[in-house]
Structure formats: structure tokens, C-alpha cells
Design a protein around this ligand. Structure first.
Ligand code: PLP
Length: 369
């Protein structure tokens, strides 16, 4: 598939091939990547710190901003502590490195993000898959291997099918000793739960065996990653994880931007509330076209159309002709090898979402002829 090359973007539009289109793409769920206060914080950070710390945090590359962002992330998610990593991808490597001394086994949801499996394998854990969203399938494996220490890894929200992980069921099957449930909440943080506090909060869970990994590049609209959870785990990553200790942290201006972004949602749930309303409106708009999607407050809609790939390509092209970019992607874990994956954000205006619905209706009608 041809790779998209974006020439410029706002939180709702892209310029591609010299033409501006209304976009329902990406993971800038709250539009914070373009928020004026976030951009101002990044600009201030550039002036105060330059681009890079040029060293790892445990040598000379730590700043008060990194320390404060860790405290902010822990407070926002109501966990003990947090530790920053360069990306969400490496956050999974760090958590696996922190867990491996006491957890020999990694049980990974079959549709979990690829970074999880790679992280657990690289850390030296024995990796096994359990059936997607099925705690019973994990339970069987837990029983076989409990004496070696078991970490269950799952996405909180699965971006390729929009599903919410059955965290309560997974906690139920997890051993009480040497058992940890790692929730990769890249798509849940800033989106799910009270004021965007994430999937663990959405499901009302509070358990010392839980820990969260996340990106700062989606809901927060910035860049970077973090592991958030109990103090002992964060300490073991800080002391023993090479991926943390031997790499340069998130650039300080970006860490300042992430603090500003988190501050916006920590003090006011308006953006998260708007995202929920837009998610409902988008679901209804698609539903009016006969496209059935999940009923959860997840702003990601994945689906295929009757008529197969040829029809989907026609609809995709027709939408582009109408000035709308609705991604037709090829990515593991979705409902078929190629499928539509639309995202709605807090920045979309109601009339833009209605326009998406009308454009889909007309493209579907045309492609049926
Ligand atoms: C579930 C999940 N985990 C991890 C990552 C990696 O995060 P980052 O892009 O910050 O490396 C992503 C990003 O695509 C993701 O969707």
C-alpha cells in the first residue's frame, strides 16, 4: 500500500498531494498536539533547555521537568509512581526488564500490540499467547506456570478492533504472589475513565498487581512513553532496566509540552467530554449508513464492508474525492487483512462528523451500483 505523506496538518485536517482533506485518522484523540498551551510549553522548553538532554537521565540528562512529569502521570492515574521512557514501545521493554527477575512467564493476548511480545522475548521471559480477550484461556496457562511468576500483558483498548480488555477477569486468574497484569493503555489514557484517567479507572479497578504502560504520543498529543504503577516496580526499572538507564530521555521541550497537555485534562474534563459526545455522534452517523460498530466510548471505529476489498477501495477513493480521508489500512489485529479504521477526536465539529456520515452514505450507494 502507498504510504501517506502528509504535507501539513491541523487536529482535523491533512494536506496531502497539495489538497486539504477532512481527516478521521491518527490518534490525536483530544487534539492536544495542536493545543496553543501545549505548543507554547514546547516553545518555552526549547528556549530554556534546547532540544536534547544529550545524555541519559542517570548520568547528566535528568531535568526537573522529567521528574515533575513522572509525578504528574502518577497523580493523574492515581498510581504510586511513574517512570518515563523514550516511547510507548520502549516502555513495554522497560516493564519487561523490571519484571523478569521475578516473572519468568509472559502471557500475551493474541492481538496485543507487537511491542509487548518483542519486549517480553527480549527480556528473556518465556512468552505464550492466550486467546484474544479470553481470561479463561489465560487461566489454563497460569495454572501450568504459576510457580515461575506470571505476567499477563494486554492492551487496555485494542486499537485494531476497538475492544476493551477484560481486566477484571484477567486479575481474577492472576496468581496473588509473583503475578502482575501489565495494561498497555496507549489508546485508553486520556480517553477512557473519569476525565481520561484510563482503562483501569474506566473499569473501576484498584489492585496492587496492576501496572500501566503508555505512550505520550496519542491522547496527550506529544511524544514519549511511561510505565506507571507500584513504587517497587518503578524502582526496579530505574535500577535495573537498560532501556531506561542507557538511553536519552524524551526531549525536555516535549516533556514540558506533555506536562501542559496533562495539566489541561487534569483540571478540566471538557475535552474528554467532547470526545465522548463526538464518539457517540460518529457511531450514530455510521449506523445511519448501515455500518455497525461497537457501543463503547472508544473513539476508534474499525469495520469492513460487504463486497470485499474492491468495494472498500472504491468507497475510500470516493470519500477522498469528496474531501474526506477515512483510512483503509492493512495492520495486524483487525477484522480482516484490510479494513477501515476511523478515529474521531475532540476537535471535530458536529457538522464535520455529519459530513462524514453523508459522504459515506453517498459513497456506499455509488459503490453498490
Ligand atoms: C498499543 C500500543 N502500544 C505501544 C505503542 C508504541 O507507542 P509509541 O508510538 O509511543 O512508541 C503503540 C503505538 O502505536 C500502541 O498502539
Amino acid at each position: 500500500m502507498a504510504r501517506l505523506s502528509v504535507e501539513s496538518s491541523t487536529s482535523t485536517t491533512l494536506v496531502m498531494d497539495g489538497r486539504e482533506v477532512l481527516a478521521f485518522a491518527g490518534c490525536n484523540y483530544l487534539g492536544l498536539a495542536q493545543h496553543p498551551a501545549v505548543l507554547a510549553a514546547a516553545a518555552e522548553g526549547l528556549g530554556r533547555f534546547g532540544i536534547s538532554t544529550t545524555a541519559s537521565r542517570e548520568t547528566t540528562g535528568n531535568t526537573v521537568v522529567h521528574d515533575a512529569l513522572e509525578r504528574d502521570l502518577a497523580a493523574f492515574t492515581r498510581q504510586d509512581a511513574a517512570i518515563l521512557l523514550a516511547e510507548g514501545y520502549t516502555a513495554n521493554f522497560a516493564v519487561a526488564q523490571g519484571l523478569v527477575p521475578t516473572h519468568g512467564i509472559a502471557l500475551v493476548d493474541a492481538k496485543a500490540h507487537r511491542s509487548i511480545r518483542n519486549a517480553a522475548t527480549a527480556a528473556g521471559m518465556q512468552v505464550m499467547e492466550y486467546e484474544h480477550l479470553n481470561p479463561d484461556s489465560a487461566a489454563w496457562l497460569v495454572r501450568q506456570y504459576a510457580d515461575q511468576g506470571v505476567a499477563i500483558f494486554t492492551d487496555g483498548i485494542f486499537a485494531a478492533d476497538g475492544a476493551i480488555a477484560p481486566l477484571e477477569g484477567l486479575l481474577r486468574v492472576l496468581p496473588s504472589r509473583r503475578g502482575t497484569l501489565v495494561v498497555d493503555d496507549c489508546h485508553g489514557l486520556c480517553v477512557m475513565g473519569e476525565g481520561g484517567r484510563g482503562t483501569v479507572n474506566h473499569l473501576g479497578l484498584d489492585d496492587p498487581r496492576l501496572c500501566i504502560t503508555t505512550t505520550l504520543a496519542k491522547g496527550l498529543g506529544c511524544y514519549g512513553g511511561a510505565v506507571i504503577g507500584r513504587q517497587m516496580l518503578v524502582d526496579s526499572i530505574r535500577e535495573g532496566s537498560d532501556v531506561y538507564r542507557r538511553s536519552t530521555p524524551v526531549p525536555t521541550p516535549i516533556a514540558m509540552a506533555a506536562r501542559a497537555a496533562l495539566g489541561i485534562i487534569a483540571t478540566d474534563s471538557a475535552l474528554v467530554d467532547t470526545l465522548r459526545a463526538n464518539t457517540d455522534r460518529c457511531r450514530e452517523a455510521l449506523g445511519r449508513c448501515g455500518i455497525g460498530v461497537h457501543g463503547d466510548p472508544v473513539p476508534v471505529f474499525t469495520f469492513v464492508l460487504d463486497g470485499g476489498i474492491t468495494r472498500m477501495e472504491r468507497v475510500h477513493a470516493d470519500l477522498r474525492d469528496q474531501g474526506i480521508y477515512a483510512p483503509l489500512i492493512e495492520y495486524p489485529g483487525g477484522p480482516s487483512p484490510r479494513y477501515f479504521r476511523l478515529t474521531v477526536t475532540a476537535s471535530h465539529r458536529a457538522e464535520q462528523i455529519d459530513r462524514l456520515g453523508e459522504a459515506f452514505a453517498s459513497a456506499l450507494q455509488l459503490s453498490a451500483c
